[in-house]
Design a protein around this ligand. Sequence first.
Ligand SMILES: [Cu+2]
Length: 166
Amino acid sequence: MPIKTTSSLSSTENSLYFPRQSQTTPRKISIFRKPLPHSFNRTPRSKMHPTTHLFALLALITIAAATNHDVSVGSDSYVYAPDSVTAAPDDTVTFHFYPGNHSVVQSDFDSPCSSSNGIFSGYVNSESGASSTTFVVTITDTNPIWLFCSQTEHCQSGMVMVINPP
Ligand SMILES: [Cu+2]
């Protein structure tokens, strides 16, 4: 009789133990994965060649260098393309003029078709394709610069753009 009780007890122990065993299986995998990134990090560090540092430094210098952003003026009817440019200080925006005697004039957000006496390219025409005359704006800060074309009715037709939209 006491033997029977012991055997029934051990069977309930077994049934409780089975789900626990299946729960420890994923744990074993995570324990196994831990030393893997550790050994992975150590190997390239010890073998890192000094020129690798030089390449990393050159990459940083390239990121910090000023970028030029090209904008076509009137290449596709009364539009600047692109009509929104995000530029960092020291970056340049170069305007390429297409037929239509267009211009690049700075305005205010509140009156987008009126000059704010800021940037003015003058009128630049082209017989066909892009004119050899370009207009370059050097960016000094990240404040928005609203621009429009002052040729008759061009702004009213939607010929506006912004550098560093808010
Ligand atoms: Cu225009």
